[in-house]
Design a protein around this ligand. Sequence first.
Ligand SMILES: [Zn+2]
Length: 365
Amino acid sequence: VTVLGVPLALRARLGRALDRLGLLDRLFWLRARLGLGDLAVMTYHRVGRPGDVGELDPGLVEVEPAELEAQLAVIRTHCTIVSLSDVRRIDRGKRLPPNPVLITFDDGYRDNHDVALPILRRAGVPATFFIPTAFPDAGKLFWWDRVWLFMRRCRLDRVDLDYPQPLVLQPASAPEEAARLVCQAIKRTPGVDHGRLWEALEQRTLVSLGRDEERALAARTIMGWSRVQALRDAGMDVQSHSHEHLVLNTLTPDAARQDLLRSSQTLREALGQDIYGVAYPVGYAVGGALRWAPANARFELGFTNCTGLCRVGDFDPLNVPRISMSLETLGAAYKMQLLFGDRAQAPVTMLPPVAPVASAGPPRA
Ligand SMILES: [Zn+2]
């Protein structure tokens, strides 16, 4: 893995060496003195321990509680926390304070409320939470968590999937790889029909997930509206992460616009507040005709992910870059992310659509 051409392991070693010499702290100081206003927007998903996610996707756990506390301490020492409304005003000439940082959480996992909120409050750090509005209290799992659960439960050595893409999976021996392949196909296939996808997965993996079980799992892992409101009441900002959490680049611009409109309406009704910010699901940049979708749904700010620091002098409000976190982003590595960002995201490439196949087996109710 490389970031800006530098292998990640080398970058980590370099970061630790510079930090031991106190040079990273000096760089924060120097940047503040020079008034270099590059904004670091940090993206978190789940807070916890990867071993605690059960059969769901462990990759969403990017920080343990104690480490989040340590990261917030670094920010309080060297940087200035800004709010989403500060970022909204960049376009109108707002100058940001020294070493500005915006903390964001995507997806609305319940640990955002139960684990992260108390830590943020103790540190006096306000954050922005982006909620995919079809999920609170809906009793359904996110598609990636569902894929992981299916792959971990499947006992078959080989599964041949023809939808959303032709894939050969080995769930029994390599469930992680199987889940990764299916999730990647979902992210890259235009117009994925999720109903057809789940039907295909159930038929081929021989795994089924009952309604009651899914409802219980979702209630344990995803915030309901009362928790989302509690975040807002605690002084946190709550904005949109689309409605269905579909990758916008796989939708037509009009379907993307409708999904975004539905999300902002749902949030307005639930919270009675101004909705103007969206974090794009999966975080690909919006270009071409797709830019029209968030703009037409009256979003003023749109956030991508894995896209590095936000250069305020070159500000695109509908493609605000963010920096992704991982469990390795500790200590010096965290400071390096704040100072230099990551920009590790590869450009989006869509897979060609798959020809429809005749469904095997009897129709389902
Ligand atoms: Zn997301």
